[in-house]
Design a protein around this ligand. Structure first.
Ligand SMILES: *Cc1c(COP(=O)(O)O)cnc(C)c1O
Length: 457
């Protein structure tokens, strides 16, 4: 196909939007191993999970075999308010880099919450409502998930209680106000409201919190409040399932113009946007229909895939959640306080961990100053102010495009531009003022956390 015919933005029309989510696990020969009950070390049963999570979400979580889940009509009509999202051909970036590579990005920042997280938030709120619940609790780190969930809950008239990692709560007062605008209540974590919060504060006075702590608080609140369940914005299978809408749209848009990716790149925190973006491409790979390189990009300051171990670990600091087998740095691991680029979670989706373990996916880690250099470069050329998280993917997309220039290869590169960075200007400010450094944990430090992994055998 003649390149000139590919528009800057490829949009699908409403009828071309996916009607079902795709469950990657259905095509995996070697499935991810089950979640374990931390007390008995036996696989978690649906009944046990149902005390914490909504019923239908538990069913999605445990289903390794059903390839497609129909997207309920109510969710589809919400999706239509901000989807399909554009697949953008980065012509300006290509020209600036003077690369023969063709670069595309799938932009998920076109909604008020500013990221892909709304794709799963609306699904989780829908199932909570359908089950007749009063509300949901959750944690939020940088604030995108809390914002997305607040929007979703207000749409379905559900109560929403958010535990926000304390350092973000203080750094991002406007994020907090957006959540309150959508009716959520927001508590800085660790807090004195929960037993686990009080315990963490007693052990680490003055801590600025972590996602792991906030998860523990939100879970405790949900299980101790009548009519509430806990919802999580990443890591879990159900979240990857909902996020498959990103990859399905990307593939449909590419198919429309006969484009095949050579490299698919995504940033990886808990793994939901990456798992969603790569889903149909990895599916083809698993079924032996097509092949491409898939690259997960993580921060050098929180390198779970590249420097973690593949083991059962707690999903949270308070050790109240089930054990998941994943690439992990240890549930006590908290990235350096001057790490500003997001993606701070200690573990990685167990599905992505298993795919990585099987060698079906690559991972690289990047330093935060290099990430912000890429973010600024991209902003100046393509116009969009990217989220620091998304900029990890931008960094590696640029690096791969530069390699193509050296080798003269016309590779097609697709990356996930997961969100916008309007609420991350404190981080950009640090970068501009030269106050950002590249803290990388030493092997000795990582060994301390690794030694504390739970023994499951
Ligand atoms: C939360 C977030 C991420 C990382 O989360 P994943 O679950 O790994 O996708 C990436 N980009 C943005 C903009 C986010 O808000």
């Amino acid at each position: 196909m003649n390149n000139e015919k590919i528009p800057y933005k490829i949009y699908l029309n409403e009828n071309e939007m996916p009607k079902a989510w795709y469950n990657l696990r259905a095509d995996m020969k070697q499935k991810p191993v089950p979640l374990l009950n931390p007390g008995t070390l036996k696989p978690m049963k649906a009944e046990e999970l149902a005390g914490v999570f909504c019923e239908e979400l538990v069913a999605q979580e445990l289903d390794n075999d059903t390839a497609f889940f129909e997207i309920p009509e109510e969710i589809l009509s919400f999706y239509k308010m901000y989807r399909p999202s554009p697949l953008v051909r980065a012509y300006c970036l290509e020209r600036k880099l003077d690369t023969p590579a063709k670069i595309y990005y799938k932009f998920e920042g076109n909604n008020t919450s500013g990221s892909h997280k709304l794709n799963s938030a609306i699904a989780q709120a829908y199932y909570a409502k359908k089950q007749g619940l009063k509300g949901v609790t959750t944690e939020t780190g940088a604030g995108q998930w809390g914002t997305a969930l607040s929007m979703a809950c207000s749409y379905f008239d559900l109560d929403c209680k958010v535990y926000m990692v304390k350092c973000s709560y203080e750094q991002k007062p406007f994020r907090r106000e957006v959540m309150r605008t959508y009716g959520a209540s927001v508590t800085p974590s660790p807090s004195m409201e929960t037993e686990v919060g009080r315990k963490i504060l007693a052990e680490h006075p003055g801590t600025t919190g972590s996602l792991g702590c906030a998860i523990s608080e939100a879970v405790e609140k949900a299980v101790s409040s009548e009519g509430y369940r806990y919802v999580l914005g990443s890591v879990l299978n159900q979240v990857l399932l909902h996020q498959s809408v990103i990859g399905l749209e990307t593939k449909a848009a590419m198919d429309k113009y006969g484009i095949k990716p050579d490299i698919v790149i995504g940033c990886a925190g808990g793994g939901s946007n990456l798992g969603g973006l790569i889903a149909p491409f990895m599916g083809e790979k698993l079924r032996g229909e097509a092949d491409c390189r898939i690259i997960a990009v993580e921060p050098a300051s929180c390198p779970s895939l590249t420097r973690g171990v593949y083991a059962y670990d707690f999903c949270d600091t308070g050790m109240v959640c089930p054990l998941a087998k994943m690439y992990t740095l240890g549930s006590d691991f908290i990235p350096s306080a001057n790490h500003a680029g997001g993606l701070r979670y200690h573990g990685m989706s167990s599905t992505l961990s298993e795919l990585y373990h099987q060698g079906l996916m690559e991972a690289v880690s990047v330093k935060q100053t290099e990430v912000f250099e890429a973010a600024e470069y991209f902003a100046r050329i393509e116009g969009i102010l990217p989220a620091p998280e998304s900029s990890h993917a931008i960094r590696v997309a640029i690096d791969e495009a530069v390699k193509c220039k050296e080798t003269g290869e016309e590779k097609t590169i697709v990356f996930g531009l997961t969100g916008t960075g309007y609420f991350d200007m404190v981080a950009y400010e640090k970068f501009h003022d030269g106050k950002m450094d590249d803290y990388i944990p030493t092997d000795e430090e990582l060994a301390v956390y690794r030694a504390k992994l739970p023994k499951t055998e």
